[in-house]
Ligand binder design. Structure first.
Ligand code: MBD
Ligand code: FE
Length: 285
């Protein structure tokens, strides 16, 4: 895909708005209280990591000034959600996963939007009349850790189009494209009709992408489908699904792909349509 003139700035501004407004709905408000010992331990370790990088690499004033300019640019473009979710969220998710049961999850990322189309299974995600890409069905069932089908389950799903653009964060796809919250049937079953997403590159015209390329790292994420699987009385699962054979698997700029999350969609015989079946297990809580 190519970047548009509005690439980094549009994606960044919208991700910043979404992080401000939406994340408190999804994960709840913090308590506002911070234990000084905790602040000292975490912030102290983070600062010492940066100081060590300076000492060990004999960082110059020229480099320190470039770092300052770069941080200002991250703020100006609204790329804090992008930068944080690409380079740090996977470690937070790994910490959280140490005490979680149920299906394997991964990071949320910066491009979830609250309040998308409410659909009922079997559902077709909102899309353009001529939406490009391979038609794909994702189907499965949501159960408890003891195997009980979960009544009232929902699957919030969002992904890029066939060119790697997210609606709401790029000017090309219309608002709400390839996003929806699907209500499952009484036994937690869902069937979602969509298009296979494409690999995604972070914007290359913003500071996160420019830093990535300056380091010689790949800016790509493998193609992926984002999911929030929820049911009353259960912890909401945040996950993503990837595709066998994707050239960027194992080299995800966001370090968020996991072998357990790979799909291998098979032809249904209906034109070039493919299908994957995937069940989700939610832990009580
Ligand atoms: C994405 O599409 C994404 O899912 C993450 C985690 C980071 C950047 C872009
Ligand atoms: Fe994504």
């Amino acid at each position: 895909m190519t970047t548009t003139e509005a690439g980094a700035a549009l994606a960044g501004a919208n991700a910043t708005d979404s992080a401000r407004a939406g994340l408190s709905n999804l994960r709840g408000q913090g308590t506002g209280q911070a234990d000084p010992a905790r602040v000292s331990a975490v912030v102290g370790a983070a600062l010492e990591g940066i100081r060590a990088a300076i000492r060990d690499n004999k960082v110059t004033y020229e480099e320190f000034d470039a770092f300052k300019q770069w941080l200002i640019a991250v703020s100006d473009t609204g790329e804090w959600p992008l930068f944080l979710d690409v380079y740090l969220e996977f470690e937070v998710e790994k910490v959280a996963a140490q005490t979680q049961q149920g299906s394997v999850g991964t990071i949320l990322g910066p491009f979830w939007l609250d309040g998308q189309a409410q659909l009922t299974t079997p559902a077709t995600l909102p899309m353009r009349d001529d939406e490009p890409g391979t038609p794909m069905i994702l189907a499965g069932q949501v159960t408890d850790t003891d195997g009980t089908p979960l009544r009232g389950a929902t699957v919030d799903i969002w992904h890029t189009d066939d060119e790697g653009w997210y609606s709401g964060f790029a000017s090309k796809p219309p608002a709400g494209n390839l996003r929806g919250v699907v209500a499952c049937d009484d036994e937690g079953r869902f069937e979602i009709h969509t298009r296979k997403p494409a690999p995604y590159t972070i914007p290359l015209d913003g500071p996160t992408g420019q830093m990535t390329q300056a380091a010689g790292w790949s800016p790509w994420r493998p193609a992926h489908i984002h999911l929030l699987v929820a049911a009353p009385g259960h912890r909401t699962l945040t996950s993503q699904l990837f595709f066998t054979g994707d050239p960027y698997l194992g080299n995800d700029v966001a370090s968020a792909d996991k072998p357990e999350l790979t799909l291998d969609p098979q032809p249904t015989g209906n034109g070039d349509e493919v299908r994957s079946d995937r069940d989700f297990v939610l832990e009580p809580g």
